[in-house]
Ligand binder design. Structure first.
Ligand SMILES: Nc1nc2c(c(=O)[nH]1)N[C@H]1C(S)=C(S)[C@@H](COP(=O)(O)O)O[C@H]1N2
Ligand SMILES: [Mo]
Length: 165
């Protein structure tokens, strides 16, 4: 598969906005202004290592990924931990760089990681560029996807156990 072959790249989205899609009850397109105005903002001082440029230190502000995706109502039973633990999120940038997370990483009953959708980077508002994923628990920077264009949410379906002879 080409590196731009994400499941969601055909969805047209305004510059700086992201499409929240997949197995969710309320698919929506969100601007950075929406992310700033509709959810509580959290601040995060982070250091991550870039394979090309070495250690990077930044201050990000934005809502918790859990709050934003949770309000889109992923198609799991929110009372059942095992059901929630099946879900994945694929986050894609405008340049085709994309990564996956599990819902369990951000779920308060599992990893409870304060992953953000940044609206501000080092005092600069990200409205025209787009939101950036902030993964404070990661040692390296590869999942700090910038200029986010889509977040796909869905269950991981594993193949059925092969029948035995
Ligand atoms: N859209 C997009 N986001 C990206 C990348 C990329 O190639 N495309 N590279 C990642 C990598 S490898 C690193 S180390 C960080 C670098 O973040 P910085 O430029 O803000 O220091 O961005 C990440 N986010
Ligand atoms: Mo990097």
């Amino acid at each position: 598969m080409s590196r731009t072959g994400t499941p969601t790249r055909t969805i047209p989205v305004r510059a700086g906005a992201l499409a929240l899609c997949g197995d969710i009850d309320r698919p929506v397109t969100l601007t950075v202004a929406d992310l700033r105005e509709h959810w509580e903002q959290h601040k995060s001082d982070v250091v991550f290592d870039c394979a090309t440029n070495g250690p990077q230190r930044h201050t990000f502000t934005g809502p918790l990924l859990r709050d934003v995706v949770g309000d889109a109502r992923p198609a799991f039973d929110p009372r059942r931990r095992k059901d929630r633990s099946r879900f994945l999120l694929a986050v894609s940038g405008g340049d085709g760089h994309h990564t996956v997370l599990s819902w369990a990483e951000i779920d308060a009953d599992f990893g409870d990681t304060p992953i953000l959708l940044a609206t501000r980077l080092d005092g600069e508002e990200l409205d025209s560029v787009g939101s950036q994923l902030v993964v404070p628990s990661d040692r390296c920077g590869a999942r700090y996807i910038s200029a986010i264009r889509s977040i796909w949410v869905g269950a991981c379906r594993v193949p059925e156990e092969p029948s035995r002879p």
